[in-house]
Write a protein that binds this ligand. Sequence first.
Ligand SMILES: *Cc1c(COP(=O)(O)O)cnc(C)c1O
Length: 396
Amino acid sequence: MSNDLSWDRFGIQTQSIRAGQHRTPENEHSDPIFVTSSYVFDSAAQAQARFSGQEPGNIYSRFTNPTTRTFEERLAIMEGGERCIATASGMAAIMTLAMGLLKAGDHVVCSRAVFGNTVLLFRNYMAKFGVGVDFVALTDLDAWEQAIRPQTRFLFLETPSNPLTEIADIAALAALAHAHDALLVVDNVFCTPALQHPLALGADIVVHSATKYLDGQGRCVGGAIVGPRELLDKEVYPFLRTGGAAMSPFNAWVFLTGLETLNLRMQAHCDNALKLARWLETHPRVERVYYPGLASHPQHDLAAKQQRGGGGIVSFVVKGGQPAAWRVIDNTRLISITANLGDVKTTITHPATTTHGRLSPEERNEAGIDDGLVRISVGLENIEDIIADLERGLNP
Ligand SMILES: *Cc1c(COP(=O)(O)O)cnc(C)c1O
């Protein structure tokens, strides 16, 4: 397989199956796993050339592994980026990016509605090294602008947000960041490149938790950073090499098989989620449904412009508060009660007492996390079976 093809001419279905493969002299058809920590050099001179970077090639699997590299090349092409760095987890991706790009005195503006550990990373850990952070409401463009300082290195967001599926205007925020010499970083976990291309909309860097939809079957933990080659090679890759939060080659191989079916799976997640959201919206015991694919979503038009589908996450408020929400959850027999998402298996969670349980009632109120809120990561089972599983607890 020639990797000199201009992959940007191919559809994402083709890219996700074929890009990044470099066949070995064994002519294997499927991608092999290179289970080796180090590599052999022909001579002392070659070892010197490799270590100094004069000659490209493998050195040590903390930062050079052919299986991991195939995953990196494939995901970079799928995101429309120049360079990808695979990491041990989604949080390792965000940590590696932060350690690579930031120094004491720098500043970050972050959406308030991001993954809980991302908040902790910036607020508790980057702060220890003198990096300032301000959190703003995802959809309030003025708040983003007011929070930017001369020291702001990047803006960071997830869209759609979790669990309320708010949509950020990526193009507008990219323009705002660039007007202030800052970068826009988008966590593209919820849409994946099958549904959304943040780089094409103006974002500079995309981060991923491969643990979610890229794997898609709940097997491995991993992450990735995608962006401009020069920036990542100069500022981020050296930290991965030194800091060591690298992806395991076995996990890279699992994610490669996941990517092959990503587009099909995301379309099916969207179809199932839309059917579920429409059914919930008509249910008399449901107060409100959050799903970007519904016409009733406040940013339905922006979502339709920016995404090729509403995604697989549906949240809804059950009438009757926490007892009613727990009744729905506890009456399921098929759906898994777990906070993980992006799996072929449908999962259900109660944000107010789990992911957002450490917030005070006032903070939860401000974040829009109702006591009756239930979040579903819609899987690929027959959606009628999922609806029947929820109906039981909604109609006690
Ligand atoms: C899960 C998740 C992460 C963290 O990824 P891990 O692989 O669990 O470290 C980051 N961002 C989002 C949006 C996530 O859902």
